[in-house]
Design a protein around this ligand. Structure first.
Ligand code: PNS
Length: 160
């Protein structure tokens, strides 16, 4: 029997408690979950690809079926390379829907064997995003409820 492999793709700049909640829950549903960090040259990232991956590895190290990787390809090509058929995405609010629908539809068109599974973000984190966290950290706001300790420390390293 083939392994049920899912990919949770994203920028993860940096990983938040909202992402981590999706990772915990998705990892229970699949044999293997690959958290795939996009090396997106268009987005002005705060953390390098290596830093983002390193933080993800630190906060998911206790989850045996979670692997952290990076990609710079079309997601569907990466999925084929990894023999994965499911993309996991978290939905926070209606505002996420349109973008996610576009992406899921484009990916479905590019490879009809790939399915996107949506998971509702825990309501505790429905307003949370990496951008909000970076904005708070930049002005020395308290991010301890929004990101794991390792990430809070890395943010202090960036913003002093
Ligand atoms: O965390 P993000 O920035 O919302 O994640 C977006 C991501 C990485 C899932 C998306 O930009 C992506 O898959 N990029 C790779 C290129 C691609 O395949 N795009 C979708 C087809 S249009």
């Amino acid at each position: 029997m083939s392994l049920r492999i899912a990919v949770y793709p994203g920028s993860f700049d940096p990983v938040t408690c909202g992402h981590l909640d999706i990772i915990h829950r998705a990892a229970k549903q699949f044999d293997k979950l690959i958290v795939a960090v996009l090396n997106n040259t268009a987005k002005n990232a705060l953390f390098t690809l290596e830093e983002r991956q390193q933080l993800l590895r630190q906060v998911t190290g206790h989850l045996p079926n979670v692997e952290v990787d990076g990609f710079r390809d079309l997601l569907v090509n990466y999925m084929t390379h990894k023999k994965a058929h499911v993309i996991v995405r978290g939905l926070r609010a209606v505002s996420d829907f349109e973008y996610e629908l576009q992406m899921a539809s484009a990916n479905q068109k590019l490879n009809p064997d790939v399915e996107t599974f949506f998971m509702m973000t825990n309501p505790k984190y429905s307003y949370l995003s990496s951008s909000i966290v970076k904005e708070l950290a930049k002005f020395h706001g308290d991010v301890s409820d929004f990101v794991p300790d390792e990430v809070a420390e890395a943010l202090r390293g960036k913003f002093g």
